[in-house]
Design a protein around this ligand. Structure first.
Ligand SMILES: [Zn+2]
Ligand SMILES: [Zn+2]
Length: 348
């Protein structure tokens, strides 16, 4: 094992301030394992951190969507062995005392410091994680696909466990980025009868085309198509049973809210980046729509995702557009910012 490793570090507070540095290889403490990172995915949150538009605690190594093999065990680790292929939940440093923690939702802990956000993450060959957050990668699933279990588990938790997408639902997804496309896959796996995806004109050639390849029944271009009217047309005049907001723009939020039927459900997975949004408030009251804000994932959502991956029932690999060595991280960030990439995987 080397003593140092190359790592992509957010060095301080402010825009940019990300660089490749030589860092010590971390040492696993009691109950922790050292993971040799095989694949790590660039998340939209990483870009928000780059632009200083997301909470984070510098200096820290970026990266929270990763897969790898256990390289060493810390003292007292009983449930794992060296060589195990694993992915990991991200809810590190939870307090055990706040209401989310004591009511069984530690992913919403007020003290949580996830890897790559509040502590060192996986934009590096090695990362340390607590053994109780690990999940085994099924033998038939590769590392590139497995590192997307993290965002897929967020979407699974949000749509299946919180919003309650189920068999026969007609679903609208606004925003065809990675979270929107994962929402499409999860809605399909949950038994949705029809799924429509809307995006901007810029997203048409890559992301909306990808949505169609992944089985979207309809795709709309916001600003060109009247999305709420089109949703009504394709759902017998009612509107969508469920609308899922994955864009964060005012236009998408309005489309989402106005497309849902009376007593329909809205799930929100995107942030605006500015912290505020305008919504058609009174319309939503008269429609008695149910609004669910969604954040993070649960143990059960991870297991659902991995079970579907083992059965080839969640085509996560199909949204990977770029595979890069870690030192080319900036190329990956630029490809995402310019809309040329959907998911960028790096191999540290
Ligand atoms: Zn993420
Ligand atoms: Zn807590």
């Amino acid at each position: 094992m080397p003593n140092t490793m190359p790592a992509v570090v957010k060095t301080g507070r402010g825009v940019g301030l990300v660089e490749l540095q030589e860092k010590p290889v971390p040492v696993p403490g009691p109950g922790e394992v050292l993971i040799r990172v095989r694949s790590v995915s660039v998340c939209g949150s990483d870009l928000h951190i780059y632009h200083d538009a997301h909470p984070y605690s510098p200096p820290m190594i970026l990266g929270h969507e990763f897969s790898g093999e256990i390289a060493a065990l810390g003292p007292g680790v009983a449930s794992r062995s060296e060589g195990d292929r694993v992915v990991s939940e991200t809810r590190t440093h939870t307090c055990g005392r706040c209401i989310p923690c004591i009511t069984g939702f530690p992913q919403c802990c007020t003290e949580k410091r996830p890897p790559g956000i509040g502590r060192d993450g996986a934009y590096a060959p090695y990362v340390v994680m607590p053994e109780e957050l690990l999940h085994s990668i099924p033998p038939s699933v590769g590392f590139d696909e497995a590192c997307l279990a993290e965002p897929a588990a967020v979407v699974m938790h949000s749509l299946v466990e919180r919003v309650g997408i189920g068999a026969g639902d007609s679903v609208l997804i606004t925003g065809p980025g990675p979270i929107g496309l994962l929402s499409l896959m999860v809605a399909r796996a949950a038994g949705a009868a029809s799924v429509a995806v809307s995006g901007t004109r810029r997203s048409r050639s890559l992301k909306l085309a990808m949505a169609r390849d992944l089985g979207a029944d309809h795709t709309f271009v916001s600003g060109e198509d009247d999305v709420p009217s089109r949703m009504k047309e394709i759902s017998g005049g009612q509107g969508a049973d469920v609308a899922v907001e994955c864009a964060g723009s005012t236009a998408a939020i309005f489309d989402c809210f106005r497309s849902v039927r009376r007593l329909g459900r809205i799930g929100v997975l995107a942030i605006t980046g500015g912290g505020e949004a305008t919504v058609p408030w009174d319309e939503m009251v008269f429609r008695a729509a149910r609004l669910t804000f969604c954040f993070s994932s649960s143990w059960t959502a991870w297991e659902r995702v991995l079970a579907l991956l083992a059965r080839k029932a969640l085509p996560l690999e199909s949204i990977i557009t770029h595979r890069l060595p870690l030192e080319n991280w900036l190329d990956g960030f630029e490809a995402l910012e310019q809309g040329r990439a959907v998911k960028v995987i790096m191999h540290p």
